[in-house]
Ligand binder design. Structure first.
Ligand code: NDP
Length: 241
């Protein structure tokens, strides 16, 4: 069945692939983004998917943004919490600003986005919440105490909310991508990527955004109602959890 889907950070990278795949699956999609207007406009003109700018680390901005999406497209039945940032540095050099930005954007956003839609989903007895965590939330990563903590939090959020919403027809699942070929990973120096990262990945290549998007479409389906509280690792065999 065609439903309204809202994807945070849905205009670039993995999120753009998710938005496009949900549209191709027949859903009415809204793509949120944070600040890159040029990328959002390009995405909108290429895909004809409406874009909505707000900061997912702000509860008030999320509540207001979701209200606008619902007024224009209808109640949100599928929520993909994908927006995320990195502020990498060794912990002994990490500033409070670097810690807070990552925690608020990568973990706080799950509260900010999910809380405004959950009552509607409960009332309609249907919902699909899909959170995009990371392999580094499963295993930890040097230089990413902030990111790993937030992404591990996304997994705990998923499991607890899945328990609370199971009887209301709402599923909550989390995907943990490994290294995926987006701007976030293209920022890694080429020699580090080739010498230190690719050898760790059994399939011998980066994942593609479309491979994450395919899993989101699967979890978002009406037919996936018994899949809840699950953690899906998509990392080329790098970490089997
Ligand atoms: P990108 O940097 O390519 O895109 C990030 C998206 O999130 C952009 O659309 C950006 O908006 C949006 N965003 C960032 N901050 C905010 C904010 N405060 N409010 C609203 N939107 C925001 O990231 P990826 O596609 O690589 O990553 C997507 C998700 O997947 C993230 O959660 C990331 O942690 C996770 N992930 C990525 C991996 C990878 O290898 N790439 C591996 C594991 C997990 P704008 O365009 O306006 O900046």
């Amino acid at each position: 069945m065609a439903r309204v889907a809202l994807v945070t950070g849905g205009t670039r990278g993995i999120g753009a692939a998710i938005s496009k795949a949900l549209k191709a699956a027949g859903h009415k999609v809204a793509a949120n983004y944070g600040g890159n207007d040029a990328a959002a406009e390009k995405f909108k003109s290429e895909t004809e998917i409406p874009v909505y700018k707000w900061d997912v680390s702000s509860f008030d901005a999320c509540a207001e943004g979701i209200k606008k999406v619902e007024a224009e497209l209808g109640p949100v039945d599928i929520l993909v919490n994908n927006a995320g940032i990195t502020r990498d540095t060794a912990f002994h050099k990490m500033t409070l600003e670097q810690w807070s930005a990552v925690i608020n954007t990568n973990l706080g956003s799950l509260f900010n986005m999910t809380r405004p839609v959950i009552e509607g989903m409960r009332a309609r007895k249907f919902g699909r919440i899909i959170n995009i965590s990371s392999i580094n939330g499963q295993k930890g990563q040097f230089g990413q105490v902030n990111y790993s903590a937030a992404k591990a939090g996304d997994i705990g959020f998923t499991k607890a909310l899945a328990l609370e919403t199971a009887k209301a027809g709402i599923t909550v699942n989390v995907i943990c991508p490994g290294y995926i070929n987006t701007e976030m990973v293209q920022a890694v120096p080429k020699d580090v990527l080739e010498k230190a990262i690719l050898p760790l990945i059994p399939v011998g290549r980066l994942g593609e955004p479309e491979e994450i998007a395919r899993a989101v479409v699967f979890l978002a389906a009406d037919e996936a109602g018994a899949i809840t509280g699950s953690t899906l690792s998509i990392n080329g065999g790098q970490y089997m959890a």
